[in-house]
Design a protein around this ligand. Structure first.
Ligand code: RAT
Ligand code: ZN
Length: 419
């Protein structure tokens, strides 16, 4: 007979879960952060936090300023405008605004200063190296996975010249949007770098793209290859992207045993005037994911989808294919109400065999709030699930809770990558 467990037992479970969730060091499997040797590519500090593109789009809801005028402003002028609009003229209740306050609070700053100056002073006094240590400590991170784009001219030279200086806490990922989504320009660059590729795929093009992928996986020690894809992503498809995936990415993924990460559902530049803040979301077709997993059992797929409407079928797909690992609550889904719903659904459908979250941080300091907020939700949902188990008479043990949280926050990713 299933009974309610007594209050002491449920408090005990809550304590164990909170302890495990707070003390387990996380591998953050998708960020836009960089090891400090990438110089200005690593963003940090108050002005970067405030001008995060999530906050830019929220600001334009309130102001009539022409978009172009905003982009002409200096970084600190932009930050002043966003601060005034979203924090002083209205209360900062959105998740992205609240995140700034959580970060400042965790750094030990007065969140009620109502002016950016004390925060600017605080960051002026710091060096990036000491700040990376401080942030890793505060967010309790083991390591983070970067997004590394060899087609980016500010990034490529660092890999070519100086890669021994990469901080070992920062892992690389070979990001391939520039080639898969923009073949005409991507292939020009490949040619400049000495790969014998042709726009119409004649000659050695496919073999040469495979050579490029293998060269860069090795150069970066990339943990996986990745791309973001539109809602209408189809495969197989008679297009440059379809051909590149079929003939280059998938064979190289199988051969090198590196997963292929697909981040599906982004509508790029729905409002181009907003630049990076101008992307939107659309529901994608799960059949494509299922087709890939079924047809390429030797390829490991890491998948996240941007639309809330895709989440249930994505969980079901993961039940069918062990070469599919689902991860994160991506971008517009990285909000408490949706994280709560998604983690609950995943635990119910997949148990602990998933990667519940990634931060997607673009500014170093953001990992502090993103993980603070997600940890709280994950702890709450897990507590409820273990409490339900305890009500059956199953004895929850602290060691097992720790093991499970270690899987969720780190080992599921590493076992999948190394499988
Ligand atoms: O969440 C974001 O910051 C987006 O702009 C994207 O970077 C997205 O996460 C991506 O990796 O494409
Ligand atoms: Zn991202």
């Amino acid at each position: 007979m299933i009974s309610d467990i007594d209050k002491t037992a449920s408090r005990q479970i809550e304590e164990w879960v909170n302890r495990a969730v707070n003390q387990t060091r996380i591998t953050d499997i998708h960020t836009h952060l960089f090891s400090p040797n990438f110089g200005a590519n690593l963003l940090w500090g108050i002005d970067e936090l405030i001008t995060y593109h999530y906050l830019i789009s929220e600001t334009f809801r309130w102001i009539d300023l022409p978009y172009a005028d905003y982009w002409k402003m200096s970084k600190s002028e932009q930050a002043d405008l966003i601060w005034k609009t979203l924090f002083l003229e209205h209360s900062p209740v959105s998740e992205a605004c609240r995140g700034i306050l959580t970060t400042l609070e965790r750094l030990g700053l007065d969140t009620d200063a109502r002016t950016l100056e004390p925060y600017r002073r605080y960051f002026r006094e710091r060096s990036v190296e000491e700040y990376v240590d401080q942030v890793f400590e505060l967010a309790n991170l083991d390591s983070v996975v970067m997004t590394n784009d060899p087609f980016d001219d500010s990034e490529r030279p660092v890999w070519e010249n100086d890669r021994s200086n990469v901080d070992p806490r920062f892992h690389a990922v070979l990001r391939l949007d520039a080639m898969l989504n923009f073949w005409e320009t991507g292939m020009q660059k490949l040619r400049q770098w000495g790969y014998r590729v042709e726009k119409d795929f004649s000659g050695e093009t496919e073999a040469e793209v495979r050579r490029f992928l293998k060269d860069w996986i090795q150069r970066m020690d990339a943990k996986y290859m990745a791309v973001s894809l539109p809602p209408d992503f189809a495969f197989p498809q008679d297009s440059a992207r379809g051909r590149l995936i079929a003939e280059c990415i998938l064979p190289v993924a199988a051969q090198t045993k590196r997963p292929f990460a697909m981040m599906i559902g982004v509508k790029k530049l729905t409002n181009p005037d907003l630049q990076l803040a101008g992307d939107s979301v659309g529901k994608a077709n799960i059949d494509v994911v299922e087709h890939l997993c079924r047809s390429y059992p030797d390829v490991k797929f890491l998948v996240t989808m941007l639309s809330r409407e895709n989440q249930h079928e994505l969980c079901v797909a993961a039940r069918k294919f062990r070469n599919l690992m689902i991860f994160g609550c991506w971008w517009f889904l990285n909000n408490p109400s949706l994280i709560d719903e998604m983690e609950r659904m995943r635990l119910e459908l997949l148990g602990l065999s998933m990667i519940p979250q990634h931060s997607d941080a673009r500014v170093l300091d953001q990992v502090v709030y993103k993980w603070d907020h997600s940890r709280k939700i994950i702890a709450r949902v897990l507590t409820e699930k273990y409490t339900d188990l305890a009500a059956t008479g199953w004895k929850v043990r602290e060691e097992e809770v720790k093991r499970d949280v270690q899987d969720l926050f780190s080992d599921n990713f590493w076992s999948f990558v190394n499988r």
